[in-house]
Design a binder for this molecule. Structure first.
Ligand code: SDX
Length: 431
């Protein structure tokens, strides 16, 4: 924690309390309220944590006003253009860009852990074929705890390292198996001669009946989508993983909790909801009707892929994703994709509307990602599983940082209680 430079003064009932303040390397100063309840007998109140820092971290920083996203200080647009997903994984996990030897070793360790225990194949058989792949992923990832007992002791740094590599390596395999199971095709085993993104595409789209050659355009687009979704400060699913891990639960169970949280349409489920919304709109002439619904306080409808708790400017990932959508669809010969045309016109009309300008609502990472994923051949049900594959490194990096923090305490928020006060039990005869 940075040295205390300033104090905040809080006056309650004529008594003044001094609260230490800490300055970050970037972003707003924080008021340290850890002793507030002991000193002043009051809680703070912040449902949704709109103004509350839950931890200190050195991994990712977002400047919502500038629309800037840094991973260990490196801007996301540079990483998307110049790096690749496994190198970004190394950066997030260990804090620095790897040397060639470090990268080769890391990629080799991940590549050689992509298979899952053969007994786990039977777990998939317990699901209905029409199960959502996210439901399968929550179950199977949690079940990793039942197969990899030698990497569940979080007090052992070596076991933490092994669990981290296993999760990064096995998540694409599990996601691809969930996809194959729901479409009734046989599982495809990972291949060690393929890079991470190509391996995932092959496990999803190869069939035993014919040879499958990965399209380099698709593998580059897949790798970029993985890179863009890797980590994002203390978002809902990362906070879920941190809170679950604070009890000492094993990383496989905690990542399963993160997957469950990511599934929600307000979070990682928005990419599926956004594409379904664009397809429901169907043609540009219907856009005004949907913009009107999004602005109507009495209508729960919201523009999926728009708005963000932190970004009050363009989500930098959306910018890269939009450029990628243009490139990929043109290279695939579907540049006149009607859904992309609707998305671009919807973006234009929404950004020109005072409601969205006043509330600083801009396209987020989920607005264009679904268009690319659909063009690549994925059904909408696979969009959030792909987000989960990518975000695993973010969850694991934040988990690793938290577990190694000597200040680690179990997360246990308080509340503003508004229920009944003390009263005696009433026998049923007297009610
Ligand atoms: C992700 O946290 C992260 O970092 C998440 C993420 C990551 O990488 O981990 O970036 C990934 O989850 C991106 C967000 C994906 N979700 C969506 O696209 C769903 C649609 N967006 C909204 O549900 C909403 O914008 C949220 C959930 C993303 C943010 O909600 P907030 O911060 O709680 O904002 P809010 O709901 O308080 O909205 C502020 C105002 C409200 O109007 P008022 O009550 O002030 O009058 O803006 C309005 C909202 O009604 N508003 C929208 C809107 N989003 C907010 N109105 C219409 N359409 C929208 N999409």
């Amino acid at each position: 924690m940075s040295e205390v430079k300033r104090v905040a003064k809080l006056e309650i009932d004529g008594k003044t309390y001094e609260l230490p303040m800490h300055s970050p390397t970037a972003g707003p100063d924080v008021i340290d309220i850890r002793k507030l309840y002991a000193d002043a007998g009051v809680f703070t109140y912040d449902p949704g944590y709109t103004s509350t820092a839950s931890c200190d971290s050195t991994i990712t920083f977002i400047d919502g006003d500038k629309g800037e996203l840094l991973h260990r200080g490196y801007p996301i647009d540079q990483l998307a253009e110049k790096s690749h997903y496994l190198e970004v994984c190394y950066l997030l996990l260990y804090g620095e860009l790897p040397s060639p030897a470090q990268l080769e070793d890391f990629e080799s360790r991940v590549t050689n852990h992509t298979m899952i225990h053969e007994q786990m194949h039977f777990l998939f058989r317990g699901f209905r074929r029409d199960a959502h792949p996210m439901a399968i992923m929550v179950g199977v990832v949690g079940a990793l705890s039942a197969f990899y007992h030698d990497s569940t002791d979080i007090a052992d740094p070596w076991q933490r390292e092994v669990a981290s590599i296993r999760l990064i390596a096995k998540m694409p395999t599990i996601a691809a198996m969930a996809f194959k199971y729901t479409i009734g095709q046989p599982f495809e085993y990972p291949r060690n001669d393929l890079d991470y993104a190509s391996n995932f595409l092959r496990m999803c789209f190869a069939v035993p009946a014919e040879n499958y050659v990965v399209n380099p355009i698709l593998s580059r687009a897949m790798d970029r989508i993985f890179t863009l979704h890797a980590d994002h400060e203390q978002n809902a699913s990362t906070s879920t993983v941190r809170l679950a891990s604070s009890s000492g639960a094993n990383p496989f169970a905690c990542v399963a909790a993160g997957i469950a949280c990511l599934w929600g349409p307000a979070h990682g489920g928005a990419n599926q909801a956004c594409l379904e919304m664009l397809q429901e709109i169907g043609t540009p002439d219907r856009i005004p009707e949907y913009i009107a619904r999004a602005k109507d306080k009495d209508d729960p409808f919201r523009l999926m892929g728009f708005g963000h708790r932190v970004y009050k400017n363009f989500d930098p990932r959306a910018k890269v994703m939009k450029q990628s959508a243009d490139e990929v669809l043109e290279l695939l010969g579907v540049e006149n994709n009607p859904t992309l045309q609707v998305a671009k016109e919807l973006e234009r009309q929404a950004l020109a509307d005072p409601y969205f300008a006043e509330k600083k609502l801009f396209p987020n990472v989920d607005f264009y990602s679904g268009i690319i994923l659909e063009a690549m051949g994925f059904p909408t049900s696979m969009f959030t599983p792909i987000f989960a594959v990518s975000r695993t490194i973010g969850w694991i990096s934040q988990w690793k940082e938290m577990i190694a923090d000597p200040q680690l305490k179990i997360g246990r928020p308080r509340q503003l209680y508004k229920g009944a006060t003390l009263r005696d039990y009433v026998d049923i005869e007297k009610r």
